[in-house]
Design a protein around this ligand. Structure first.
Ligand code: AHR
Length: 501
């Protein structure tokens, strides 16, 4: 049997995990909002029209923060359209997704939904077609206690207390030509800087995320980050990164190796940020917000058939990727990578949360169920809070079509507040189990008190409304002999270790 070794030590620490790395994202896109989180008349809907079955699943994921309302959508969105009596809110063409936005769910409704889901809002302002002034206005509307036109308007609209939004994104993917009001690095840098100033002068307690380049493959990557940080380093708190992976050529080993790229990407951006800090002689620390990440390739993006049948419709079936077991393995590997970069990545949002490239699916008038990718996120969110430990893994390595020296086993480890150590480990080998020997140094003797395994013999297995438990984690009898644990071929594992003293 194949062998691997994991060394952990109490003193080898990467950093404290910010719970917001288990964040998510809801955009006014497809059926994320309408027939996703919101469906008045659904048997589980509450008085405000929010689906109870969806809220229950979101609560199971324990999502501390949800990015909203976009995404590409936000670059053409006027937040004022989304407040006031519902019947007077305008219906607008959304040029990002070629649909009609009814604005039935707006700012107040989404904040109320987030509260019900035990989460908080990460609100993206429009810096595409919007302005620094419209960005500061929403901060005043949402957070100022009262006594000004905008804060009193909020009170009139039903919220005497401030909405209390503490985290804002300064636009979305602003270097992307697909973005309404896309900008050059200099244009965005100036706009973001002025917006940041006004927003923080309005409410100094908020935190701001500046847009990094929309992707590693953009020609703007690198220079964009440097230009933006040169301008607004001291006024922002995070720089964003977005990353999606797919398996379009059905090359599973290569697909499962993609987190080598993610790790490299995160570390490269962290170095750029560090360089900007040095250049500025700044004492301020800017961290990373990986505010869109996931597997995304099953759906055809903007599927022309859908539009042909329903031009400018609402709640179209857009980007409804059906995830399989190997996607769940990659999501597990992405979470491992995020945990191993917990010193710089303080916010991460799986994109997205419901129906649109999402862990949760719904049927209009019907059920809600968890896709395969739901489970690694659920388990990492549950067990992966505390201090991220630096795992030293030695194992066999192999090459794939795009990557060299891909380790057979990848792992992250967390020392939790209750003293237990959670190890998240993926065995990338598709055919052989591996025996993982655990050397826990200063932790001393430990007992394996839990072992959960996510595995399916069919890499393409999925969950459906009628068969929602086809791919789910299973608690197996924890067996540790001479410090060794067996990780099944092609599996995501959660090991819970308890120090004996
Ligand atoms: O998450 C789907 C889309 O992907 C978002 O709207 C955009 O920001 C990204 O390109």
């Amino acid at each position: 049997m194949k062998q691997a070794k994991l060394i952990l030590d109490r003193d080898y620490q990467i950093g404290t995990i910010d719970p917001r790395i288990y964040g998510s994202f809801i955009e006014h896109l497809g059926r994320a909002v309408y027939t996703g989180i919101y469906e008045p008349g659904h048997p589980t809907a509450d008085g405000e029209g929010f689906r109870g079955d969806v809220i229950d699943l979101v609560k199971t994921l324990n999502v501390p923060v949800v990015r909203y309302p976009g995404g590409n959508f936000v670059s053409g969105f006027d937040w004022r359209d989304s407040i006031g009596p519902k019947e007077t809110r305008p219906r607008r063409m959304d040029l990002a997704w070629k649909t009609t936005e009814p604005n039935t769910v707006g700012l107040h409704e989404f904040c109320a939904w987030a509260k019900k889901a035990d989460s908080s809002v990460m609100y993206a302002v429009n810096l595409g077609t919007g302005t620094p002034v419209s960005a500061r206005d929403v901060v005043e509307y949402a957070n100022h206690p009262g006594g000004t036109e905008l804060s009193d308007l909020r009170r009139k609209n039903g919220s005497a207390d401030p909405l209390g939004i503490k985290l804002f994104c300064l636009g979305n993917e602003m270097d992307g030509p697909w973005q309404m009001g896309a900008k050059t690095a200099n244009e965005y840098a100036r706009c973001a800087h002025e917006a940041a100033k006004l927003m923080k002068w309005t409410d100094p307690t908020i935190e701001l995320v500046a847009c990094g380049s929309s992707s590693l493959w953009m020609p703007t990557f690198g220079d964009w980050e440097r230009t933006v940080l040169d301008e607004c380093y001291d006024n922002v708190d995070y720089l964003s990164l977005h990353r999606y992976y797919g398996n379009p050529h059905n090359d599973t080993p290569d697909f499962l190796a993609s987190t080598m790229d993610l790790d490299d990407f995160i570390k490269t951006v962290a170095c750029i940020v560090r360089g900007a800090k040095g250049k500025k002689h700044s004492h301020h620390t800017v961290n990373l917000s990986l505010d869109e990440w996931n597997v995304w390739y099953h759906s055809g993006g903007q599927d022309q058939e859908i539009y042909k049948n329903n031009p400018w419709g609402t709640a179209l079936h857009l980007l409804e990727d059906i995830y399989n077991f190997e996607d769940a393995l990659l999501v597990g590997l992405m979470l491992i990578t995020i945990l191993k970069n917990a010193d710089t990545v303080k916010i991460a949002c799986m994109a997205q949360l419901v129906n649109v490239i999402a862990p949760i699916m719904t049927r209009e008038g019907g059920g809600a169920w968890a896709q395969t990718i739901f489970y690694p996120l659920m388990q990492a969110s549950k067990w992966g809070r505390g201090v991220s430990l630096a795992p030293i893994v030695s194992c066999e390595k192999s090459d794939t079509a795009h990557y060299t020296d891909v380790p057979m086993v990848d792992a992250a480890a967390v020392e939790r507040e209750d003293g237990t150590i959670a190890v998240f480990a993926v065995n990338r080998d598709l055919s052989e189990d591996v025996v993982l020997s655990c050397d826990l140094r200063a932790f001393g003797d430990v007992t394996l008190v839990g072992h959960s395994v996510l595995h399916h013999d069919d890499m393409k297995a999925t969950n459906t409304e009628n068969c929602p438990n086809n791919v789910i984690p299973v608690d197996i009898t924890p067996v540790m002999e001479d410090g060794c644990v067996r990780l099944p071929a092609a599996s995501w594992n959660v090991l819970l270790l308890k120090p004996n003293k």
